[in-house]
Ligand binder design. Sequence first.
Ligand code: ZN
Length: 120
Amino acid sequence: MIRWASGVRAPPGEYAPLGAYEFAVRALSALEPFNPTVTSWWRPGNVNVRAGGQRYSRHLWGLAMDFRSRDRSPSEIRSMVGALMRAGLWAQYEPELRDRFGRVTRYAHVHAQDRPGVRE
Ligand SMILES: [Zn+2]
């Protein structure tokens, strides 16, 4: 079963020709055995900035998706990354980040995108 965290956005229809939905089907199919929780998919520019995303994030195009990892063991996280890579996508584990006050600015997650290159 696939779960969706609250606030996850699907890309608007005009992004569909760029393959956002094909990307999502591929990522979700690869991870379905893990019962993943999607925490982020498409991000409009202002949300991407708030989320600490890279300037040229694939999330801006709906071509990246994040999955919750806090309830996963390291080996399970490696298996999830491997499953995404075998599906022809590019994925990696993104560890938690904190600011200088110790506040969490990014929760740990598995990030997947359609091609190698700029992360987030
Ligand atoms: Zn991401």
